[in-house]
Every structure is written in structure tokens, then in C-alpha cells.
Design a protein around this ligand. Sequence first.
Ligand SMILES: [Zn+2]
Length: 690
Amino acid sequence: MNGHIAHRRILHPDIPSKPSRIPYIEIMHIGLLAAATLSATTLLGQPAPSWRDQGILYLKNSPHAKLRNIPVHAVTITNGFWADRRKVNVEKSIPTMRDLLESNGRMDNFLRLTGKKNVPQRGPVYSDSDVYKWLEAVGFALQSENLPALRKSAEDVIDLVVAAQEPSGYLNTYFVGERAAQRLLPATLEYGHELYDLGHLIQGAIAYYRATGDRKLLDAAERYVDLLLRDYGPGKKPVLDGHPEIEMSLIELYRLTGNRGQLDLAGYMLHGDERIQLRPQRIVYQFNGKPFTSRTKFEGHAVRAMYASCGATDYYMETGDRAYWNTLETLWRDLVTSKMYITGGVGARGEGEAFGDAYELPNLRAYGESCAAIGNMMWNWRMLAVTGEGRFTDVIERALYNGINSGMSLNGTLYCYRNPLEFPGEGERPIRNPWYDTTCCPPNLERILAALPGYLYSTSDDGIYLHLFQNSELNWKLENGTGLKVTQKTNYPWDGDVEITVSPAQSAEFTFHLRVPAWSSSSQVTVNGQPVRGSIKPGEYLPIHRRWSGGDKIRLQLDMTPRLIVSNPRLVDNTDRVAVQRGPIVYCAEGLDQTGVKSLADVRLVVGKDPAKDFRIESKPDMLGGIVTVRYPAIAYDKPLSQEPLYQVLGKTQPRTSRPVSLTLIPYYAWSNREPTAMQVWMPYVQKNE
Ligand SMILES: [Zn+2]
């Protein structure tokens, strides 16, 4: 222990050895109103607490990260699309989830260990993680704004959690009493989610610490990690993560503490402990149990695979081990060329919540767990940090606006666990529910929405990167310490115009890397009214290098023409089908919006030679929280296809008659927010005879 404390001071000299005791209210006041005007070294005359400067990931000292995160508090999402979602998240989702965790015994699980309540343990083995993920959501919410009631609520939960920790550091409400003998044994590690729980404890503790400087939960997490470091790993007891999660958590903890043992233990688990032999199907399912660097494709449990890839990318950013990078690139290509839904969702199969084979992406039975889409975004955020390449941001945006955003209802209290791309309608079990006994997805959605401001920008050696477009204000600094304010004005994602005002504290030369999404085939960029020189490439960042002065304006105009998208022919589920995408938004048809159509199964879009010219766009501020609908010409068969034979001879099929109709499409994320109805993303089409 002594050795690693000494090491910690050398590696991260800016970390105060004692927690800051600056009153919270003062910090919030100064932080939110005047962050950009304060120097990095003084805050009320004391050294700046580095916890306030840490983003979602703290990459300041990560040698193989090209981009660095900015703190969540540095960006205020002022109004518009995500502001609305985030308001609901803080006012409805997070508080109601607290109540649900309470009423489903998740808090009592901790309380019973302190002897204050005599109740049985409730919930599956991983139930503690739901509480920790909720705490992480609160931590991110508090990084953006002062929310005294929510903070008090979180403090009570933290007190509860910490009181249940044993003197050894062990903290888990399931493996207690008669089950205590099973703790941290290989078989328990494989199935018991002990380290998954610990991973979420670490993440929750870090987010809360970065919001408040309060180390109580963080110290508890470190005590548990110290127990692992003391007794488990090479030359000690064998260790295995049954559900990857702790790898990325340990590495984030290492970034905060400088304790190399935490990084090394994460690396050891990514490699796999050779003393624990898993059955082959478990190596596939768990996405661990053999060296991460020996993987060549995605398979098995999608959330596990995504979280393992997050951890592996974190490990690469700290170590620069090329074998990791080569594997990550191989896996990324496997994902985007054959295993990702158009919504950014991943995990095709319900059985095992797993990846399918290449091009196995069914619509009706798509699994697409909300957590897996979130994992996809978190992983691509890390790949982006390594490279600064727009291909990763395109995946982030695809997942965020579609496969993640669909996971939470517009009123913020109902959640999808699965996110299918087709739904039969009435008579089905509801797809959105307030609670799941395995309630991994709801607090995961809450934490990602709460953390969102931290995903808009990054800094680099040469300047700043703008990743996501949204009405917002950045108050931060370049890496050389120059204060920088950036405001975005836009009606994105409904409109493709973004006005960006760049105001450094004093005139400064740097590069503004402006993202140009891959979907915008013709974009225009001007600076102070003058077209930018150089080619604007879809899917890349446009580097604008110049001397910037207060009030300089960048104007970005993206091509928002809706598009009909086709799949690779090997994706047989989408044969002769198209999906509609406008900007970052994927659309779907819901049965209840269609007039003159009995069943979506009997409708075909009618596609001419110039498919784009037949779209009709309509702004509907009062519909589904404010959306843009898309209409497209179609035909509806007079006789339902279900009345035709199952098989017929080609060339001798019964003739069909049809009538023209117009299909109304809504954003996919907004589906299933009204009465139960059929839904489909990929729509069959016929060619127009022109
Ligand atoms: Zn989940």
C-alpha cells in the first residue's frame, strides 16, 4: 500500500492528498457562472480541485489518447432536443427510479446488513449494480447543476451503501450469510456478478466524486479494490470477471488515483487468468476467459462484449499495446460491416442476449438491448478519443439518437429493455415498462442522458473538436490554458443549420475540428461569412486552423434531405426493403398514423428514379414532444397478403390490385409512446413505372 501511495503522488501531482473542503454551494456558484474566467490554479485562493476538471473519462495523463474529455459542467445544453430529454430525466426518471429501487427492496438489501431492517434479500445477484448506476446518474446530473433534493437523496443512499461494507472492504448484499462462503471463488466470479457490481460501484463513486468532491463512496470503492489487489491476480488467488465492466472502471479509477496496480489488474482480467478454465461456450458468451487480443469477431452476450471492448480501449490508451489496437480495429469493422442495426443497436438474438452471425439482424425479433446500444456509444467514445476520427462519432450519434433514445419513453418513466425494429402491435406484451426485475437498462439510460454534455466536445494538443450539434454553451479552456467559450445555435436534429460562435479569452491560433457527419453528402462551412478552403469530407472532422478572436462565427449547413437506405444484400431480412433516415434520425411507420391502411404488412412504398423528390416533410411541434414527420407515397393491397397461398410458382402468382396511399413516418425513438400499434423500420417497396 505504501508503495502505491508514493507512486500515486509522482504520477498525478495535481491530486490533493486530502479531499477538498470547499463548501459545495460556493463551488457550484463559481463553477457554473465563472468557470472560464478562473485560472486553473486558484479557486477561492486554494489549489483548484482536480476532480472538477475531470470529464466522463479523465485522459489528461493517458499517453495514447489523442483527445481529452472536457468536464460535464463545462457544457450547458441550453434548450432544444436534448435539453428537453435531460429535463425529464432529472425531474422524472431519476427520482422515480429511486422510488422503484426502494419499493423493490434494492435499498433494503443494504439496510438489512446493518441490522436496521429484518427483511429477506430481494432481486437477482446483480441487484446492487442498479443502485450504483442510479448513483452514477445522480453524480452526472450534479455535475451539471445544483440539485439539493437529489443530492440529499444520493447522500442517504451512499450512507446506506457504505454502512453495509465489511471491515475487509468486501461489499455485496447477495453473498452474505450462508452465501458468504462462495465469495470471490472462480465459480462465483463466473456467474455471481460480484466484480460487475464492484465495477458499477466504482463508476458511481467516481461520477459522484467529480460532481461534489465527496470521497465517501470513492473511498469505499477503493477499500474493496484494495482487497482485490492484495489477494487476487498473478501469484495470488485466481480472478475472473464474469461480466466485463470492472476493467473500464478499474482503469478510470487508476486515472484518478495513479495506482498502477488497478491498471494492471484490469489488464490481467482482459488477458484472462489461465488458472480458470472456462467451457468454450462460456468464453463466447462472457467475452472473456481468453486473451482479448485473440478475439477476431463479436459473438456472445452483446453488453459483455461492448463493456469488454470499452475496457480494452481504455487499456490501450494507457499502455499503447498495439495488439489491443489491432484487435479493436478488427472488432469495430466486424461490428459496422455486419452486426450493427441501422439504429446503432447491437445484439440480434434474444437467446443469450447475444450477437448473431454476420448479417443476422432480424427486425421483429431484434434484441437490441438498451444497455448494448449504450455500450456501443461508450466504446466508440473511447475509440474516438484514441484517434479523433469521425467514423466513431457517426456510430455514437447513430446509437444516441436512435437505439439508445428509443429506450426511454418521452415521459421518462417507461423503458425498453429490447429495442426491436418491427412490432406486431395489439395483443403483444408492452414493450415499455416502468420496472424490470433485471433493471440494468433504466438507470443506464439515465446515466447516459445525465452525462451527455460531456460528449459534445473534446480538446487536443492543437485545439478543440466539436462532436455533437446542440443548442449549448461551452465554457472551458484549450490545453494551453487559454479560456474558450463556444456557443451553438441550432434546431438540430430537425434542421441542419448550426451557428457556432468561437470566443477565446484572448485572440489565439488553434484548430477548430468541426465534425461533418457521414450522412451529409453536401455540407457547407463558412467562417465569418467566407467559405472555408479545403474539401469538406463527409464522415470526417474539418480542421479549421486560424487565429480566432472573440465572436468569430462558423456556420455549418448540413444536407437534411431524407434518404431511402438499403441494406447489404446478404442481410436477407431487409431484402427489397428500405429504411428512411433524415439527418441522424432513423424513421419508422406506426400503424395508428396511417389512413386507409389496415396492416403495415400490406403496404409497399413506391420508389421512383429520384427517390428523394417524393418526400414530404412536416414540422409537428405538438406531436410526440415536437417532431418532424416524413410522408412518402405508397400502395396498399386490396386483398391482404395473408390470404394468398404460402407458396406459388414464379410467373404464375395471383395478380394483385392496390390503391395509392401515403405513409406517415415518425422518428424511431418516439415509437410506442401512444396506444399499442404495429411498427416497422424496414419497409417493403416497389419500383414506380416511370
Ligand atoms: Zn440492460
